[in-house]
Design a protein around this ligand. Structure first.
Ligand code: AMP
Length: 116
């Protein structure tokens, strides 16, 4: 069954797409955690980092070039931003279609809250 992100990529369900090419799509997160919160997604379904194969390496490198481009277009290239990839249950991955969160537009605080 197609993931919800595949349906967004195919434009079967609506999303605010800010960039798309033949390899990756970037769209606004429906529940943003920062003034800029964009998901950058491979057009092919890779469930998680655990499923990355050698043949994905070029496309995933390209995905980072797109992250750089979108950060610039969103006006946060100089102020700073964070890229996050959640993998599996402990990381809280909800959608099993590999994606990079691009977050910025405010001070983002520490990478991870301390447990103590
Ligand atoms: P993760 O926890 O890393 O799997 O993140 C999944 C993200 O997808 C969450 O930040 C959700 O808010 C976001 N999300 C889920 N459904 C949609 C949707 N239809 N359009 C845009 N973002 C979505």
């Amino acid at each position: 069954m197609a993931t919800i992100f595949s349906k967004i990529i195919a434009k079967e369900i609506p999303a605010a797409i800010v960039y798309q090419d033949d390899q990756v799509t970037a769209f606004k997160d429906i529940s943003p955690l920062a003034p800029v919160h964009i998901l950058i997604v491979p057009n092919i379904e890779i469930a998680s980092v655990n499923d990355v194969e050698v043949e994905h390496e070029k496309m995933l490198g390209h995905l980072f070039s797109v992250a750089k481009l979108v950060a610039k277009e969103q006006g946060i290239a100089e102020s700073g931003y964070r890229l996050i990839v959640n993998n599996g249950g402990d990381a809280g991955q909800e959608v099993f279609h590999l994606h990079v969160h691009l977050l910025g537009g405010r001070k983002l605080g520490p990478v991870l809250a301390r447990k103590d």
